[in-house]
Ligand binder design. Structure first.
Ligand code: HEC
Ligand code: HEC
Ligand code: HEC
Ligand code: HEC
Ligand code: HEC
Ligand code: HEC
Ligand code: HEC
Ligand code: HEC
Ligand code: HEC
Ligand code: HEC
Length: 291
């Protein structure tokens, strides 16, 4: 049973692409030695591996889950003489080879990985994760915690999180991965989302979700980013524009003087639209979003 698990994982994983897989001869079960043998020479890796999420599962299945050879392939030949050339080392493999090996088991939860901007840019599993040398406190085997991990490459977005108004990512209250799935999504910019484009925001800001009897049309049509900058902003409430009235008048331009609004209302910052139109995301009682 253990051999079958090891074999199927390794087959799917390392022995390359789909076409090649069909032609591969079945690897010989006698080429596997089991993790105990590896531990004889790799004490450090084996000890540390006991607290690895991969081995937690192995324990839960009486040791029949993930073993050293699930990722490193058959190790008998290597175990005889310790020859590095006789064992698969993801640290020395190409990004694609390692990704395929990992996806041999993780394709289910990360089905969009090949399509992701990261995969296309050659950023692979081992760029962000390390099976043996993770320093992350969570159990996700990250090399470095978020957001530090992400800022190593995305220096362009970093300044936004230092602006006067920002999602508290640096403070640890919100994570990049609350909004993005770095493993790829069907949406643009790797945003976690469903058919409802706003779900990425409304899962936390549920009061804006609706449905409302009187919707404010752009909340659905433009989405939250129609008025808000998600990472950080110089403007209160993460608004896209410093002046609320300018923001509103992009579409309601300009609210005419002499109407119910009274002369000049629409242009005076001292009297912003939202002092009256307080239910800006939608209302259940008032069509003009007044209450
Ligand atoms: C008899 C001792 C011995 C056993 C048993 C053994 N190894 Fe090794 N292994 C070594 C030595 C020695 C090296 C270092 C080779 C070098 O640096 O040239 C090594 C290196 C490695 C490497 C790195 C290879 C590289 O390219 O740098 C991996 C991965 C590895 N072993 C995995 C395993 C696994 C998995 C098992 C069990 C299936 C195992 N080893 C069993 C002695 C052993
Ligand atoms: C889930 C997949 C996985 C499992 C299971 C696994 N390894 Fe590894 N191993 C890796 C990856 C990936 C690397 C490349 C370095 C890294 O990412 O930490 C690696 C690297 C190594 C190396 C080389 C270290 C170096 O610095 O080059 C050794 C030795 C090794 N593993 C031994 C083991 C032993 C012994 C076990 C079982 C106790 C084991 N591995 C289980 C994925 C795995
Ligand atoms: C043989 C199958 C197999 C292979 C190959 C494999 N994994 Fe896993 N991985 C698992 C299983 C099973 C778990 C435990 C899942 C759980 O606890 O729900 C796991 C857990 C993880 C976790 C932690 C998940 C969590 O929610 O805490 C990460 C991260 C991970 N694997 C990354 C990798 C990476 C990176 C590679 C390639 C270097 C890899 N895995 C290769 C089967 C595998
Ligand atoms: C750009 C960085 C990055 C890359 C590339 C990456 N991951 Fe992850 N991965 C993460 C982060 C960050 C998390 C933690 C998400 C969280 O905490 O919500 C994570 C979580 C996971 C988990 C736990 C389940 C989950 O979704 O939270 C697994 C399993 C995993 N990654 C496997 C992989 C595999 C396999 C690959 C390669 C095919 C890979 N990762 C590539 C950053 C990355
Ligand atoms: C090793 C460098 C590297 C790391 C680490 C990294 N990324 Fe990326 N990321 C890239 C590259 C390269 C691209 C594709 C080119 C681009 O759009 O910038 C990309 C693309 C993205 C995109 C899509 C951008 C777009 O315009 O479509 C998002 C979102 C993203 N990364 C978020 C993250 C998050 C969140 C993390 C941390 C969990 C992370 N990245 C870690 C290099 C990295
Ligand atoms: C509150 C949700 C949220 C958080 C937290 C978040 N992002 Fe984003 N991010 C978004 C949205 C929404 C977009 C798309 C913006 C647009 O379409 O105008 C985006 C766009 C991006 C892009 C594409 C380039 C750009 O600036 O538009 C990158 C890269 C990116 N985010 C990286 C990150 C990184 C790295 C982190 C953590 C440090 C992070 N994001 C945290 C929501 C978030
Ligand atoms: C993981 C939960 C989470 C997600 C997802 C999230 N937010 Fe937030 N958001 C928060 C928290 C927590 C705060 C309050 C931060 C603080 O106290 O400064 C906040 C603050 C805000 C504020 C400022 C509120 C104020 O009173 O100043 C706006 C606007 C906002 N978020 C919009 C968005 C948008 C748009 C999205 C989607 C792109 C989003 N949020 C996704 C948790 C989240
Ligand atoms: C038409 C522009 C517009 C759109 C679209 C929009 N907002 Fe707002 N939002 C505002 C304005 C204006 C404020 C400031 C209200 C105030 O200060 O009283 C605000 C305030 C907020 C606040 C602060 C708390 C509150 O209710 O005052 C949060 C959180 C928020 N918006 C989240 C969202 C989310 C999530 C979405 C998408 C579902 C969204 N917004 C779509 C204009 C918009
Ligand atoms: C991206 C365009 C856009 C922005 C920005 C915008 N709106 Fe709207 N607003 C609309 C549309 C479209 C409607 C629906 C008009 C209709 O049904 O006739 C609407 C409807 C309304 C209504 C209800 C009007 C009615 O006829 O029932 C009010 C009040 C309103 N908006 C106020 C505001 C305020 C205040 C702001 C600024 C915080 C704002 N809007 C920002 C596009 C926008
Ligand atoms: C002093 C309070 C007040 C301010 C400030 C205000 N409004 Fe109004 N607004 C109203 C009232 C009251 C109505 C009418 C409601 C009704 O007819 O039932 C209204 C109606 C509207 C309507 C519906 C169409 C119409 O013209 O009758 C829109 C759109 C609108 N306001 C947008 C705005 C915008 C944009 C701003 C800022 C530039 C703004 N309002 C500022 C009180 C205000």
């Amino acid at each position: 049973m253990r051999r079958i698990l090891i074999l199927s994982a390794f087959l799917v994983a390392v022995l390359s692409g789909r076409a090649a897989r069909a032609q591969q001869p079945q690897p010989d079960p006698a080429k596997y030695v089991g993790s105990e043998t590896c531990a004889n020479c790799h004490d450090a890796e084996a000890k540390k591996f006991e607290s690895n999420p991969h081995s937690k599962l192995a324990l839960a299945h009486q040791g029949k889950g993930v073993s050293c050879e699930s990722c490193h392939g058959p190790g008998k030949a290597h175990s005889e003489d310790g020859d590095a050339a006789k064992i698969f080392n993801p640290a020395k493999a190409t990004t694609k080879q390692t990704d395929e090996m990992c996806l041999g088991c993780h394709a289910g939860e990360h089905a969009n990985f090949d399509r992701s901007t990261h995969a296309k840019a050659n950023v692979g599993c081992s760029t962000c994760h390390s099976v043996h040398a993770s320093t992350d406190n969570s159990d996700k085997l990250l090399k470095v915690d978020q957001p530090k991990l992400c800022f190593q490459c995305h220096t362009d977005v970093k300044p936004f999180f230092d602006m006067p108004f920002h999602h508290k990512v640096n403070e640890g209250l919100v994570k990049c991965s609350d909004c993005h799935d770095t493993h790829g999504t069907m949406g643009k910019t790797n945003l976690r989302s469903t058919a409802d484009q706003n779900a990425v925001c409304t899962k936390c800001h549920s009061e804006t979700r609706g449905p409302f009897v009187f919707e404010h049309a752009p909340v659905k049509s433009e989405g939250c980013v129609g008025c808000h900058t998600p990472h950080g902003s110089q403007n209160a409430r993460l608004l896209n524009m410093p002046s609320i009235n300018t923001l509103c008048n992009q579409c309601h331009s300009p609210v005419a003087a002499g109407t119910i609004h009274g002369a000049g209302t629409g242009s005076q910052e001292s009297h912003p639209c939202i002092t009256c139109h307080t239910f800006i995301h939608g209302s259940n009682v008032n069509p003009a979003l007044l209450r």
